[in-house]
Design a protein around this ligand. Structure first.
Ligand code: 16O
Length: 827
């Protein structure tokens, strides 16, 4: 039975009036109504969080009609969609993003001003869902923004972790982790879809049988069965009617309606078992530490791919199509190997559940998947121990064996007698304990393989998976990465957005290459002045945040130099610290000289079990404490650590940055889209030339980029010669002085032991060649200070950086993927 709501009512609701801005009056009424009816609050007693919620409810209704229409259009017109499969999404805040995309920022700002409320303050109340770490989790989110903007059909599947990336607190300079309860106030941006629930099986064994047609078949007798419940979140695009969906799965126990199950004991047993099932989607695991709960991670991966594939098959069949056309309606983008099990699961669904022939199933499967490999080093590849995989997914292990057998027959024919080739390509690693190699599964089961930057894709071909490149070179694509200008410029930096738009119109927001028009404005002195003043304003804002949250007064005429990324040895925050200590020593020795004042701003989390990462955070604080309170130094040098950085907070930091640092040793960093965010916000880049930074430097011009350090070939030469950190220590006086200070306890109240592990790691191994790059880094730093003295030159470099970023918008990337890989079309 479907309700018959009169057209006069429903058409009105669905009417598309997104072109015309809602009246002030309307917005004010809606906001007040939501505050009262949904929050049960009065203006006098409402907390900022409740005001934010009322605002969120006010905005989300603008999205709903387009969202419903988009979904309906896809299924009615049987449109081909790209489906992202990723275990991680760094969503960032919803409200600000939708306000920009729906053109509601200004109207709402006015609406709230009349209520004596500040829009930005309320936007900052949102607890963002941090359901992933770093670049790899950010990439799909920016691409989804572009997909909706370009009216391209997409759906993203993932896991609805109850607790995302932990909250970072700093106690006496040490990182302390707090559970991220992002759902504690409810989540106005999701809608629960219980009717789309699916069941997922785990464990048990398999058995062979003959079906009615006397065909040999296998069936899986699972030991456990759990429910996957989807929660949908809208993904809006910039000034577009397309609202795509992010569908995240939560694990729940199956509630039986079989009356016999309801004897008392069983009932309480079930209630008590509930938390164990829900453990599955409880928490996001960091990947930069060894996880004990490996099994849980494998369960998470399988759970979400199984839910998603079943969902897709159900939707596909519901349109009246059969499975033979599956690949014509879906392209599945495997985001790293954490979703590669989908290949085995799709085969199982086709062969076991729907009775398709193996060959047919394999052919459809291979035409469905595309694989993004964002890694650099073969040693970080994901492998699952055979025993674990077999006990959790017995049928999938058999399927993987079968895929492997058939694959290796082909390899044997192509390379007769080459046994080492065979073992290098095999899905099963048999060099020690036996493992299934997920990278291999992803390569074999997909029709396109791409890296994350041009350079990294080359590394994939040459050194990460060269055998696959040799075998199937036609699968490899070279599409770079980019970020969305909406989130990283329009939302993050309204002042700069306004100035750019004032100069060249607003077409650049959708056609990012239009920014090149800024180059012709370069010679106008008022323009450069305006550009510089915006940076100063943004620095003033950040300075007051720092004052309030870190209790440190910073000089807004100093260079704001940022290093925001995960704290990891290979990213070399300690190199930065050694530089800062050197600068400190210089001022102490010659206090009367004229120095360019500098503020060094760090932010980043480190994995909870990563001792060295934690020690690096402590070192930043310890050095900061000494420097920041030294009267001789005054405001010429400050060290700041901004705790608990996430997407939203970083959007307040980038616009204030003069310099952004990227210090990872050459050859260690695969993606590096992080380098783009400060550049979008007119910061100059100081970095190792490697991968993404090489692309950036090439595009903006080497003269606008500060580079330093050893290149990858130079590192290899040095390693071959035998790298000895001691020789640098002995030869470089200021380096030695800095190291000795840390080692002697100068920054740890006389305690020589506190940083001993860190210092010893540098002196005895220095795996990431911090010492080898130190002098070149110092020289580069001096060049920066010199350049900064001349603000005209500096501002020109800054404008040119932004003007030349055109090719780094995720719009262009997604366009290229759609045409060359996914073969999807605008709707
Ligand atoms: C519920 N949302 S009832 Br754009 C969610 N409708 O299902 C719960 N949403 O998970 C959540 O905890 C609860 O809200 C409290 O916030 C419901 C409708 C909706 C409309 C537009 C957009 C997004 C969602």
């Amino acid at each position: 039975m479907s309700p018959s709501i009169p057209n006069s009512i429903f058409n009105d609701l669905m009417a598309d009036d997104s072109e015309t801005a809602p009246s002030l009056d309307y917005l004010q009424r809606e906001f007040a109504t939501n505050l009262l009816y949904l929050q049960g609050q009065l203006p006098t007693t409402a907390t900022p969080q409740e005001l934010y919620q009322a605002l969120a409810y006010t905005i989300r209704q603008f999205l709903m009609p387009s969202w419903v229409k988009t979904t309906q259009t896809y299924s009615q017109n049987k449109v081909k969609q790209v489906c992202y499969f990723s275990t991680e999404y760094s969503l960032g805040s919803h409200l600000g993003n939708h306000l920009v995309n729906c053109n509601l920022w200004e109207p709402l700002k006015q609406c709230l001003e009349a209520f004596n409320l500040n829009l930005q303050d309320l936007v900052d109340q949102e607890i963002e869902p941090s359901l992933g770490y770093g670049n790899v989790a950010q990439l799909p989110i920016d691409q989804l923004d572009s997909l909706s903007t370009l009216n391209l059909p997409a759906i993203a599947y993932g896991i609805r972790y109850e607790f995302g990336s932990f909250d970072q607190e700093i106690h006496h300079g040490w990182q302390v982790e707090r559970i991220d309860k992002w759902l504690r106030y409810g989540n106005p941006w999701e809608i629960l879809r219980p009717e789309a629930t699916v069941n997922v099986q785990l464990g048990g064994h398999t058995e062979a049988y003959y079906d009615q047609k006397e065909r040999y078949r296998v069936r899986w007798i699972p030991q456990r069965c759990i429910k996957g419940v989807p929660y949908d979140t809208p993904i809006s695009g910039y000034h577009s009617h397309t609202v795509n969906t992010l569908r995240l799965w939560k694990a729940e126990p199956i509630v039986s309606y079989n009356s016999q199950d309801f004897n008392i004991g069983d009932y309480y047993g079930r209630v008590q078992g509930k938390p164990f099932v829900e453990l599955l989607t409880k928490v996001l695991y960091p990947h930069d530490e060894r996880i004990q709960q490996k099994q849980l991670r494998l369960e998470q991966q399988f759970f979400f791919v199984s839910c998603s594939l079943q969902d897709m098959i159900r939707n596909h069949l519901a349109t009246g199509e059969n499975l033979e056309t599956f690949d014509q309606h879906y392209s599945i983008q495997l985001h790293d190997t954490s979703s590669a099990l989908a290949i085995a699961e799709l085969m199982r669904l086709f062969v076991d559940e729907y009775g398709l022939e193996w060959e047919k199933s394999w052919s459809i499967t291979r035409k469905t998947f595309t694989y993004l490999n964002p890694t650099l080093l073969p040693e970080v590849e994901e492998k699952w121990a055979m025993g674990l995989l077999g006990s959790l997914l017995p049928r999938h292990l058999e399927i993987i064996y079968e895929i492997n057998n058939r694959f290796l027959i082909g390899v044997r024919n192509q390379y007769p007698g080459d046994f080492s080739k065979l073992s290098r390509l095999s899905l099963v690693d048999e060099t020690g304990e036996r493992y299934v190699r997920m990278t291999h599964l992803a390569c074999i089961g997909s029709y396109a393989i791409n890296g994350i930057s041009l350079w990294q894709t080359e590394r994939l071909k040459q050194s990460v998976i060269p055998d696959f490149y040799e075998l199937t070179p036609e699968k490899f694509r070279t599409i770079s990465s980019g970020i969305t200008p909406r989130r990283w410029l329009v939302l993050a930096n309204p002042r700069l957005t306004e100035l750019i738009t004032h100069k060249i119109g607003n077409s650049w927001i959708k056609n990012f290459a239009d920014l090149h028009r800024l180059e012709s404005e370069l010679d106008q002195v008022e323009f450069r002045l305006a550009w510089r003043n915006i940076k100063q304003e943004n620095k003033r804002n950040l300075a007051s945040y720092i004052q309030q949250n870190c209790g440190i007064t910073v000089n807004i005429d100093s260079i704001f130099d940022i290093q925001i990324e995960r704290i990891q040895e290979y990213k070399r925050q300690h190199l930065n610290i050694l530089k800062i200590i050197t600068l400190y020593n210089r001022i102490r020795k010659n206090p009367d000289q004229d120095y360019v004042p500098q503020t060094f701003i760090f932010a980043g989390k480190t994995a909870p079990g990563y001792v060295m990462g934690k020690l690096m955070i402590k070192l930043i604080h310890a050095v900061g404490q000494v420097i920041n309170s030294d009267p001789i130094i005054g405001d010429r040098l400050k060290v700041v650590f901004i705790p608990n950085v996430n997407e939203t907070l970083s959007q307040h930091i980038y616009p204030a940055a003069d310099v952004s640092e990227h210090l990872a040793m050459a050859g260690k960093k695969a993606g590096g889209i992080a380098i783009l965010k400060p550049a979008f916000n007119a910061a100059l880049t100081l970095g190792i030339v490697d991968g993404a930074s090489e692309e950036l430097r090439h595009v903006i011009g080497a003269e606008n980029f500060f580079d330093f350090g050893l290149s990858l070939p130079e590192i290899e030469v040095l390693k071959a010669k035998g790298y000895n950190p001691w020789s640098y220590y002995h030869e470089n006086e200021s380096l030695r002085e800095s190291i000795d200070q840390i080692a002697s306890g100068y920054f740890s109240q006389g305690d020589p032991n506190l940083f001993k592990t860190l210092i010893d790691a540098l002196l005895y191994h220095d795996e990431y060649m911090v010492f080898a790059d130190y002098q070149s880094y110092m020289d580069c730093q001096d060049k920066i200070s010199q350049t900064y003295r001349d603000w005209e030159t500096w501002t020109r470099m800054s404008i040119l950086t932004v003007a030349r970023l055109g090719s780094f918008s995720s719009d262009g990337i997604v366009q290229a993927y759609s045409e060359n890989v996914w073969r999807i079309h605008p709707v």
